[in-house]
Design a binder for this molecule. Structure first.
Ligand code: PLP
Length: 501
């Protein structure tokens, strides 16, 4: 019976001759390339006018901004330490290390440049499974020497998003479970899994998300408060909430809890005392892996080599890192994991890869970068400057009525802006109001370049900044905040604090 129905369907389709549509709109897809002879002039020789006219004729897309915003972005000719210099010679402080990533500023250590050049000349590329360049072995060893506990370097993708994809795949295949719990307002990247794990507005762009991602509230709320009298009680409530959610989801379905060690783009939030220890304990109780996203804070930003080291006794099972590993001179990231997880994948494939994973030139650059961090004790330098940084943050928060509060750790800080009535002037996903646009113009005019996630204002200069440069940056920021105060209708501050720069 089933067979005869099957045959009938086939016969019916044969009796309905059908032709898919013929292409009626033939488009010329060959063109003799007409190449501007100016391309053959060396890089660095196009004038400001030439660059602008080329951009006008060849517009490109931005990513988190609509394309038209490109016209307000300066053309930068070169970098110099913590400064960026535009084609008209204006010098800007790189006030958030761009996307909290150019941790060594723009003047690279000679060893880094030479290592990249050496690798390019010697062996520019080797596909992961086809040969092992010397630098992979050396970088792997170096990473294992600086990673605490039994954490070991596993793979070296190109971006933070990919490092998270690899970590998510690791957790799922190691545990045989599907769900990933991550926090609202956290950011984990723009590829499918990482974006689905993201808890801020950027996740919405993707509409339908990949399945198996569950969001939990972080200990930081905008409009309500966790119950409890003391900090300890509040932390306990947050942990109870998380555990109850895990019980409702089914603990045996959850592969990992994915958390930024310090929530970065959400506004520089360090987890309250006891929280990460509690999360680790909940994970242990239910056989869930703890995955810390260190993409923004790893390699010294917060005054520890890794952000999770702020939480005594907490060792994650999986760690993803990027930005600071190469100080972003080349795209490279890393996913590290416990020895158990590494051993597990000795017997079975990870099931994640990309052509550029463990790119030889990128690894050479990162190898020298990390050695430089260690040799120059960049973490110690951050610790030493942190009090000056915080003093400046506190002072701006105290003198600018538009600033409600600040948070700071190491060389990473964030102001929260409020309206005259104390309310939040906008949510992160809302378009900036005229007041913020005015502020941004003042910020640029005062010679600052930075990342903007209003109502939060981040400060994260390159880790090689010195005290004078730091004070200079805060002076510029002070001036820009006058504009914000005024634009939001606050009274102008009485500026009594003087910096030495
Ligand atoms: N995770 C965190 C915490 C980040 O801050 C970012 C980027 O800012 C990412 C992941 C994504 O990294 P990438 O942009 O290199 O893909």
């Amino acid at each position: 019976m089933v067979n005869s129905i099957g045959r009938a369907v086939v016969q019916t389709s044969r009796r309905w001759p059908h032709k898919s549509p013929a292409l009626s709109r033939l488009v010329e897809n060959e063109k003799p390339p007409v190449i501007d002879k100016e391309h053959f002039q060396p890089l660095g020789t196009w004038s400001a006018e030439k660059l602008q006219s080329s951009q006008d004729k060849n517009p490109f897309m931005l990513t988190w901004d609509s394309g038209k915003a490109r016209d307000s972005i300066p053309h930068i000719s070169h970098g110099d330490g913590i400064y960026l210099v535009d084609v008209n010679g204006k010098k800007y402080v790189d006030w958030t290390s761009q996307a909290v990533c150019t941790n060594l500023g723009q003047t690279l250590p000679r060893t880094k440049v030479e290592a990249a050049a050496y690798q390019m000349q010697k062996l520019p590329f080797l596909y992961g499974a086809m040969g092992i360049p010397e630098v992979r072995t050396r970088l792997n060893q170096l990473m294992n020497e600086i990673l605490p506990g039994d954490l070991c370097a596993a793979v070296f993708p190109s971006s933070g998003s990919e490092a998270n994809e690899a970590g998510i795949m690791m957790a799922r295949r190691y545990t045989g479970r599907d769900k990933i719990i991550s926090l609202y307002r956290g950011y984990h990247g723009a590829t499918s899994g990482a974006l689905s794990a993201t808890g801020d507005f950027r996740r919405w762009y993707g509409r339908e998300q990949s399945s198996g991602f569950v969001k939990a509230f972080s200990p930081f709320q905008l409009f309500w408060q966790i119950g409890g009298e003391t900090e300890d009680e509040k932390v306990q409530m947050c942990l109870n909430m998380l555990e109850e959610q895990i019980l409702n989801e089914g603990p045996e379905t959850i592969a990992s809890v994915l958390i930024e060690s310090v929530m970065g783009s959400a506004g520089c939030f360090v987890m309250p005392p006891g929280y990460m220890q509690g999360v680790r304990a909940i994970c242990d109780k239910y056989g869930i892996l703890l995955h810390c996203d260190e993409v923004m804070v790893g390699f010294g930003r917060t005054g520890k080599l890794f952000g999770f080291q702020h939480y005594d006794g907490v060792l994650p099972d999986i760690v993803s890192m990027a930005k600071g590993i190469s100080a972003s001179a080349v795209p490279l990231s890393m996913t590290a994991c416990s020895k158990d997880i590494l051993d597990h994948f000795d017997e079975t494939p990870l099931g994640w890869g990309s052509t550029y994973q463990a790119h030889a030139v990128a690894m050479a650059c990162a190898y020298e970068n990390v050695k430089y961090l260690m040799e120059q004790n960049i973490v110690g330098r951050v610790q030493k400057l942190a009090p000056v940084f915080e003093e400046n943050m506190a002072q701006l928060a105290a003198t600018h009525p538009s600033i409600k509060q600040y948070r700071a750790i190491g060389l990473f800080g964030c102001f929260d802006v409020h309206d005259v009535d104390g309310s939040n002037p906008k949510l992160q996903h809302e378009a900036p109001t005229e007041a913020f646009l005015k502020y941004k113009r003042a910020y640029t005019e005062n010679g600052l370049i930075g990342l903007h996630r209003y109502p939060h204002i981040h400060v994260a200069p390159p880790l090689i900044i010195n005290e004078n440069e730091l004070n200079d940056g805060f002076n510029r920021h002070d001036n820009a905040l006058d504009t914000l105060d005024e634009a939001l209708g606050h009274e102008l501050p009485d500026d009594s604090f003087t910096r030495t720069a």
